[in-house]
Write a protein that binds this ligand. Structure first.
Ligand code: ACO
Length: 322
């Protein structure tokens, strides 16, 4: 039986830091409000000419270095993003070329903030089925480019960044299980209403921006994440106490704390980067994962629960023996 295991992790953030105090100067908000409601203190924002592919490339290079893999070793690239460099080709193909990788399948996945969990599940299935042996799985976003910087309800929440893992075939299980869900009935809770086929808003002549019904997203997140934690534990015949680390989607500290409580996990066993990174959508889980691997908190052999929710509505989890 072939499984997949995580061979290395990497991440990358743009240089520019935007604090809550910086945002006070452009919208009617306060550091206190943002911290109380979300736990966010600052976020990293890509430069005007810096693309999702730029961030993804650097995160991928770091993950490949950590895994001791070169371009010839990679035989699959799956990149999760909501903010691709271009309409086409996929950002995965653009990154493939920059990494000097040739010939292997490369494609993007769109599940908004659940994108990395979806990408990990897809790559894991490719490897288990014998269709790949060493996959680069990337979550990368420049979400700042689809934010309306006049809308205080959304612009304070998000940031840019990228995270990546190298997943390789193994006789020992690394990815223990993945669980993916979606319900398109809730598409309007969190969306960019414009698009290629539907067209762009001709009246406002503005770029396409994120719109969100924050309160309803909050409730939906707590509900779906609660269910997926139970589903993941039951599927693996595990108890809450078997989880060493929770690596949640970094949208809001209140949601993260709620899931930690459900798992009866002390907050010290939860990787929390939302204060520094904000919500980086598909990059949030792999970014947090890489931070905790590199600072020595997460160790080989530990059991990790990754979970995420996002536009779609989508939600998912991965149980990982690191
Ligand atoms: N600064 C100051 N006041 C604000 C701000 C702001 N940035 N934004 C909203 N407010 C005001 C509102 O106008 C409202 O004022 P009112 O009472 O006078 O009408 C008041 O604050 C309360 O607003 P609520 O929306 O009820 O605040 P809530 O406690 O729900 O917090 C928040 C809002 C933080 C957005 C919360 O609902 C949340 O975190 N929801 C989940 C969002 C999320 O996770 N999104 C990412 C999904 S992942 C993806 O796929 C992209």
């Amino acid at each position: 039986m072939t499984y997949s295991r995580i061979a290395g992790t990497g991440s990358f953030l743009p240089e520019k830091v935007v604090t809550n105090h910086d945002l006070e100067k452009i919208v009617d908000t306060s550091d206190q409000w943002i911290q109380d409601r979300t736990g966010i203190k600052q976020r990293y924002i890509a430069g005007e000419n810096e693309t999702t592919g730029d961030l993804a490339e650097q995160a991928a290079r770091r993950a490949m270095d950590a895994a001791g893999k070169g371009p010839r070793d990679i035989d699959l690239i799956v990149l999760a993003t909501t903010t691709p460099d271009q309409i086409f080709p996929s950002t995965a193909c653009l990154v493939q070329s920059r990494l000097d990788i040739h010939g292997c399948p490369a494609f993007d996945i769109q599940a908004v903030c659940t994108g990395f969990v979806y990408a990990l599940a897809v790559a894991d299935n490719f490897i288990r089925a014998g269709n790949a042996t060493c996959a680069l799985v990337i979550g990368a976003e420049t979400f700042s480019k689809i934010l309306n910087w006049k809308d205080r309800g959304t612009c304070v929440l998000f940031g840019d960044g990228a995270g990546a893992v190298v997943l390789e075939a193994s006789e020992e299980p690394g990815i223990l299980s993945t669980h993916l869900h979606a319900d398109g009935d809730y598409a309007n809770l969190l969306h960019v209403p414009d698009g290629v086929s539907r067209g762009y808003d001709q009246v406002q002549q503005e770029r396409a921006f994120v719109e969100m019904r924050g309160n309803e997203v909050f409730k939906m997140a707590v509900n779906t994440l609660g269910r997926i934690v139970d589903e993941t534990l039951e599927h693996n015949g595990l108890k809450k106490s078997d989880i060493d680390w929770l690596i949640p989607h970094q949208a809001n500290f209140r949601i993260i704390r709620g899931i930690a409580r459900k798992l009866q996990l002390p907050i010290e066993r939860v990787v929390v980067t939302v204060a520094e990174h904000g919500n980086t959508s598909a990059a949030s889980v792999p970014l947090a994962f890489d931070v905790a691997v590199r600072d020595g908190r997460i160790k080989r052999g530990e059991t990790l629960l990754m979970e995420a929710f996002g536009g779609g509505f989508t939600w998912g989890s991965a149980l990982v023996k690191y």
